[in-house]
Design a protein around this ligand. Sequence first.
Ligand code: MN
Length: 286
Amino acid sequence: MKRILSVHRAPEKHWVGDGFPVRTVLHSKMDGASPFLLLDYAEPIRFEPSDKPRGVEEHPHRGFETVTIVFQGELEHRDSAGNHGKIGPGDVQWMTAASGVVHEEKHGTEFTRNGGTFEVAQLWVNLPAAHKISPPAYQELKNENIPVVEMPGGGSARVIAGDFNGTMGPARTVIPVFLWDVSVRAGSRLDLPDPSGSSAIVFIRSGSVRLNDTEEAGALELAVFAVDGEGVAVEALEDSKLLVLGGEPIDEPVVAHGPFVMNTFEEIRQAVADYQNGVMGTLAAR
Ligand code: MN
């Protein structure tokens, strides 16, 4: 089995824009995080009805991918490439910003009007240098197109990306990445398949688990495993919901500046200049 490198306790909550009360449960300085740069999680929260959609106003990204998973509620997205999407419970938006995308991320119109419970996660997947300034891409993965694998011990995995025991997720990824939305029943034990040479991370959205027969982790905690070795064992101590992810580590320098993640400071300066000069495009007026 893979060695557990670390278990991170729940970090404090902060607001992204006025719509996303998140905890940054994974970041690029954590040993074993590559190819991921960040995982923000907003646990279930009730929003009252409003007439103005909450969220994040127009902003750019370059050099990586943003993957947004809606568990509850509704999100609306518009970007400079002309994509406009609405994603609801179970849906995933996989946006390859690459050379540059300008977008806004808001609560959906209907959700805003009616209010309701909101729960969402956003993952940042790094891109290797060779792909950082490739053309952007946009995938909307609807819930009904995400395969669900029932597990013998009780529980199921929604396969968003990568291969789960022969079931492939629908996401087209630049580098090998897996992302599974897993539910486990109390008392069941799962042996999660994960390829050798790949990072592996388990985030506990709710419940509590014992990992590799040794370490326990509870709600809002995150375990990072070593790249070496193969296999992660999860024993559910209560009904639990997990995000399980990993990928081929990118062994290149990471220079991050807000919404830009490149390999050098010069590339960051270029990204800022390109954004200011409109090279990444702009949003059409509403
Ligand atoms: Mn964004």
